[in-house]
Design a protein around this ligand. Structure first.
Ligand code: ADP
Ligand code: MG
Length: 254
């Protein structure tokens, strides 16, 4: 695990009044790895995601990202600026526009990304459609292009959301509870896809997850948050045996 990290989180804090949501967290992510961020409800996982993706500004600390223009401090950049650097996220509840088709949703995301990153050269609408179709194929929705998002089953909607995130050509993909609400077989199929995407294009993935079979089946590394602090960081089996992580989280779960 050497080489330059893609993301460095250095002593980051975010308080909401008296709530220490993220309380001095530091870690780095190496390119191309799949890491799970786990911890009890209220541990600060979603807040940490929002700090990385740009919905929140840290009270203290630094966030360094090795984006398209080299490594830079990004703690005060907007979410759109971070997206242009190569950070995309999916949300716990799917964010697609229901009245638009699957293809239109991805096309919009692709066009928005082109506007953010390529000022002088704007691909034609046709080009966005072709790119969007190939993203749909990549997530296994090649045959669903003309379907309205609102009519898609939940598992397909999660795949569509993944295609929307990939339209920004991310280097870092943040997924907040990607498999929440899915049946076990669908969960594994979605995570198989995420793992394949990561391996194909060296995409770095950080995901939060409550399902232990997904965590231990797919993460190469676990970060455990408890009350805003990182209390364990390492290989899944080592973290599973860690007494501190067990006391704070696994208890009877593992
Ligand atoms: P997790 O995603 O691990 O369940 P969160 O990051 O959502 O945890 O929340 C961490 C803590 O911060 C919780 O105590 C939560 O109530 C609090 N919190 C999160 N967002 C806000 C907010 N916008 N305003 C006030 N408190 C918040
Ligand atoms: Mg959360």
């Amino acid at each position: 695990m050497t080489g330059a990290p893609l993301l460095s989180v250095e002593g980051v804090f975010k308080y909401f009044g008296g709530v220490h949501a993220v309380d001095g967290v530091s870690f780095t992510l190496q390119p191309g790895r799949v890491t799970a961020l786990i911890g009890p409800n209220g541990a600060g996982k979603s807040t940490l995601f929002a700090l990385i993706a740009g919905q929140y500004v840290p009270d203290r600390g630094r966030l360094l990202f090795a984006g398209r223009d080299g490594s830079r401090e990004m703690g005060r950049l907007s979410a759109a600026q971070r997206c242009a650097l190569g950070i995309a996220r999916t949300f716990q509840t799917a964010q697609a526009f229901g009245t638009l088709t699957a293809l239109e949703n991805v096309q919009l995301a692709h066009a928005a990304h082109a506007r953010r990153t390529l000022n002088a050269w704007r691909p034609l609408a046709q080009d966005h459609a072709a790119q969007a179709q190939s993203l749909l194929v990549r997530v296994g929705l090649g045959g669903q292009a003309a379907r309205a998002a609102a009519d898609m089953p939940y598992a397909d909607l999660k795949r569509l959301e993944l295609a929307i995130a990939l339209a920004a050509a991310p280097r870092l993909l943040l997924m907040d509870e990607p498999t929440a609400g899915m049946a076990p077989a669908e969960r594994f199929a979605l995570m198989d896809l995420v793992r394949a995407l990561s391996a194909e294009s060296r995409l770095t993935v950080l995901f939060t997850e409550h399902s232990m079979d997904v965590v231990f089946g797919y993460a190469e590394r676990l970060l455990v948050l408890s009350r805003g602090k990182l209390i364990a960081d390492g290989a899944p089996e080592a973290v599973r045996r860690d007494p501190v992580a067990q006391a704070a989280y696994f208890g009877d779960a593992a």
